[in-house]
Design a protein around this ligand. Structure first.
Ligand SMILES: C[S@@+](CC[C@H](N)C(=O)[O-])C[C@H]1O[C@@H](n2cnc3c(N)ncnc32)[C@H](O)[C@@H]1O
Length: 392
């Protein structure tokens, strides 16, 4: 595909997303209908779509319209590419610009628009993040770096780095966690690399790794990953110590790939249904990687930034409160309840912990820590709470 044909494909996909389609589904649907597109074409179209979603308001302002064409036009103007080289009469290219399109477009207004946040969120964002509000919003406009986790059950950082290098993937250690590697070159070769296929490394943001590394884990502990999802943190837990490890999720289908991923990683994990939790507990440590706005990971999933509403945020906070309450009942006396989100909003983080401690006697906070998206990882929060030993 020519660059212009890739742009036209991205315009169609953006139009579907603006009409309500999920980005991944719109991309997959296009790829299925476009057998002629090679892997480089698919990657380039995907990059267009996600780059534009991260900076949607700026692109719309520059391009003069919140449409696929407007967004692409704005993105080209933003990147200092002459739009007439893309919107032209070549086969499969977007149709040439109209006079109105040529004359349209403006600089984004300072504040929510130029920072690419929804208008309603910006005051709340400033209130919660204070002097870090602008840096965090700016960081979310850029592509996320690619991080790998070295699976200590099968490898060590030096061996993993060497193996990746042989397959054209260059990495360097990331300071957030001892297992974390930052990919410098060859990100598109990772999935075909021997290190990835044989389970020496997993794709995982460095802050997610740091969350697990900070847990007070010892050999022999019974540990429950209460919101396991695809199992990213479950597998990281398995590599930290010899644990009796359990995974649970309210939506069990989200864990469907976990048995195969665990096998590849050499990890031993027992999956629990909700009905099995009480009789299998209590656990020495329960990790709640709670569902959240994802505001710390909007670089990877920029759609979330535009679909969040005050009502959805309130609903998420309610779910988080319910999860903390439910998970707390599964922790043994003297044990640890670890609560984490990939959000940078205090409502979902320290605010939840304060509410929990106010309403639940017998618990105290041991520590809490935040990772900021402007510091080179996803934005994350984690608190460790302990159940005060009552002697009963
Ligand atoms: C942030 S994701 C977990 C990501 C996962 N830990 C990982 O590292 O890949 C949150 C998960 O919580 C699950 N969830 C939502 N409500 C829940 C509840 N009440 N109890 C347990 N899990 C819940 C969701 O299905 C979702 O998979």
């Amino acid at each position: 595909m020519t660059p212009a044909a890739r742009a036209q494909a991205a315009i169609g996909i953006l139009d579907s997303i603006l009409s309500g389609a999920a980005a991944e589904q719109a991309l997959t649907g296009w790829a299925r209908r476009s057998r002629f597109a090679g892997s480089k074409d698919r990657a380039a179209v995907r990059d267009h779509v996600f780059d534009i979603l991260r900076t949607r308001r700026t692109c719309a302002a520059r391009g003069g319209a919140m449409t696929g064409r407007g967004l692409m036009l704005g993105a080209l103007r933003l990147a200092d590419v002459d739009p007439d080289t893309v919107f032209c009469s070549a086969p499969y290219a977007p149709a040439p610009l109209s006079e109105a399109e040529r004359d349209g477009g403006r600089a984004p207004v300072d504040g929510a628009e130029s920072l690419d946040l929804p208008e309603w969120l910006w005051p709340l964002w400033q209130d919660r993040l204070g002097d870090r509000a602008e840096d965090a919003a700016i960081a979310l406009k850029k592509r996320a770096p690619v991080h790998l986790r070295v699976n200590l059950l099968k490898s060590d950082p030096d061996q993993a780095r060497e193996s990746l290098l042989q397959d054209g993937v260059t990495v360097q250690a990331h300071p957030a966690a001892r297992t974390a590697l930052l990919v410098l070159e060859g990100a598109r070769r990772i999935r075909a690399s021997r290190a990835y296929m044989s389970g020496l490394v997993e794709l995982q943001d460095a802050a997610s790794q740091a969350v697990v590394e900070a847990l007070p884990l010892r050999d022999g502990m019974r540990v429950l990953d209460f919101c396991a999802g695809g199992g990213g943190k479950t597998l990281a837990l398995a590599a930290q110590a010899r644990l009796e490890l359990f995974a649970h999720d309210a939506a069990p289908r989200r864990m469907r790939d976990l048995p195969e991923r665990a096998r590849r990683a050499g990890a031993d994990v027992t999956i629990l249904e909700t009905s099995e939790l009480a009789r299998t507990g209590p656990f020495d440590l329960v990790l709640c990687d709670a569902p959240c706005s994802g505001s710390g990971s909007w670089r990877r999933a920029p759609e979330g930034k535009w679909s969040l509403t005050p009502e959805k945020l309130a609903g998420l906070c309610e779910t988080q409160r319910a999860i903390l309450k439910q998970a707390a009942n599964l922790v043994s006396p003297g044990g640890t309840l670890a609560y984490a989100t990939c959000s940078v909003l205090t409502d979902e983080n320290a605010g939840q912990i304060d509410l929990f401690l106010e309403g639940t006697p017998g618990w105290r906070k041991v520590s809490d820590v935040s990772w900021m998206v402007s510091d080179g990882t996803d934005g994350f929060y984690m608190a460790h709470l302990t159940r005060v030993f009552t002697g009963t």
